[in-house]
Design a protein around this ligand. Structure first.
Ligand SMILES: Cc1cc2nc3c(=O)[nH]c(=O)nc-3n(C[C@H](O)[C@H](O)[C@H](O)COP(=O)(O)OP(=O)(O)OC[C@H]3O[C@@H](n4cnc5c(N)ncnc54)[C@H](O)[C@@H]3O)c2cc1C
Length: 397
């Protein structure tokens, strides 16, 4: 890593190729190297990288410039995602960037935008999503965590679950009940809670891979200033819909660029091991190749939809479903292809590429659950994209 930063340039006057070259040079010369093993050091290493990116004007490709983003046009956003995936540099921390930020930009007060957006983008504050509860996942409107107004504060009590990255979070963006339990979507508010406040307990949950990347959160008489309410009290459901649409589409282009690289690496591995002589293997690769290209085009369409309408819209469910199905099937195929060695984990001396494919196989089991299950995505596509009748099992909207 060198100390010289590539000087900031006005991206609006640069050609696409000049922008690509400048970004590639930055990502290559400033690459932070391999991550430390110790989790505390790794977090500091990741935060250091995000701050460096922000300070050099290379953070938030789709964010407006007034909040520290790059405000890139369509073509340059595509280039940004391609170069970022190619460079293998650390990604964002937490889940705020693609989900809470668009909501705050659209519905937050001027004071909230000023206070929260830049520190989130720079990685100074990590955000985690606190929506799901033990009895409210797909049916999120059934949530029970309450926020009772007491003077200039809300007093929050309840439990959240499956919260990605909450163990490292500084702020939890939550949905809380400010109306009666029966009020369903009409009694939900969008509240930002300090993860270090008294009464907040975060417990890790171990997943199939052995890692603890998500948590359960308990709120016990947590006092939250009223100025942390986003939008109007009990009108949070409109905000949720914005934020879920963005969650599903946030990674579309980024995932497309990532899986372009991952698929090429798997093809290379199969060639090295003489596995592509089998026409059935080549046939599967051709299918994945077609899908990875569709993913890229869909990612481009999502970016252009957001630029045109400010919202990804319900079609974000199509893209999300396509990606999660792809990543599960790709890893399943990789493990099958590698035979008995494909099932060996990282620590086994005979593991292929340090067990990355079996790890991916285990990790992607959860992909069809997080950010809305595959069944819920299909319901959304059926009802809101194709205009089919509403699921009779669901309560009326
Ligand atoms: C990796 C991962 C990360 C996550 N990160 C977060 C996070 O950061 N923050 C957060 O708040 N939550 C997070 N979640 C939680 C996630 O949003 C929920 O798990 C998800 O919404 C499903 O809810 P549930 O687990 O309660 O399952 P349930 O809603 O109980 O569903 C159980 C089964 O019933 C099916 N089902 C339910 N209703 C219907 C219906 N109407 N029609 C057809 N089928 C239906 C579902 O598809 C599923 O198969 C994460 C989950 C995972 C796996």
């Amino acid at each position: 890593m060198t100390d010289t930063l590539v000087p900031a340039t006005d991206t609006a006057v640069e050609s696409d190729e000049q922008f690509r070259a400048r970004l590639r040079e930055f990502l290559t010369t400033q690459h932070p190297g391999r991550p430390p093993k110790d989790p505390v050091e790794k977090l500091a290493w990741q935060k250091g990288w995000l701050a460096r990116l922000f300070d050099a004007g290379f953070a938030g490709p789709s964010w407006p410039r007034e909040f520290g983003g790059m405000g890139l046009d369509f073509g340059k956003q595509v280039i940004y995602q391609e170069e970022y995936a190619r460079a293998r540099v650390p990604g964002p921390l937490g889940t705020g960037l693609g989900i809470a930020a668009p909501t705050i930009i659209k519905y937050g007060s001027a004071e909230q935008k000023e206070r929260f957006l830049r520190p989130m983008l720079r990685g100074d504050q990590v955000w985690a999503q606190g929506y799901s509860e033990p009895e409210a996942g797909s049916d999120l409107q059934a949530l029970r965590t309450t926020a009772r107004r007491d003077g200039d504060e809300y007093v929050v009590n309840g439990q959240k679950v499956w919260n990605s990255s909450a163990e490292i979070a500084d702020i939890i963006f939550t949905l809380v009940r400010t109306g009666t339990q029966e009020s369903r979507q009409n009694g939900i508010s969008y509240l930002l809670i300090d993860a270090h406040a008294p009464g907040v307990t975060v417990r890790p949950i171990r997943d199939l891979t052995g890692a603890a990347n998500f948590t359960e959160i308990f709120f016990s008489d947590v006092r939250v200033p009223v100025e942390n309410l986003v939008g109007e009290e009990s009108a949070g459901w409109t905000l949720v819909r914005t934020s879920l649409g963005h969650e599903r589409s946030a990674g579309a282009m980024n995932q497309a660029a990532l899986y372009r690289r991952v698929l090429s690496e798997l093809i290379e591995l199969a060639q090295e091991r003489g596995l592509t002589a089998d026409p059935l293997v080549r046939d599967r690769f051709a299918d994945f190749e077609v899908r990875v290209r569709i993913m890229r085009l869909t990612g481009m369409r999502t970016i252009s939809d957001i630029q045109a309408r400010g919202e990804p819209g319900p079609a974000s469910s199509t893209s999300r479903l396509f990606i999660v199905t792809f990543e599960q099937e790709l890893h399943e195929f990789a493990v099958d292809l590698l035979g008995q060695y494909g099932a060996l984990g990282k620590k086994d001396p005979h593991a292929v590429q340090r067990g990355r494919w079996v790890w991916g196989f285990l990790r992607t089991r959860a992909s069809t659950i997080g950010a809305g299950t595959a069944e819920i995505q299909r319901n959304t596509i059926a009802e809101q994209v194709l205009g089919l009748p509403r699921d009779p099992a669901m309560p009326p909207r």
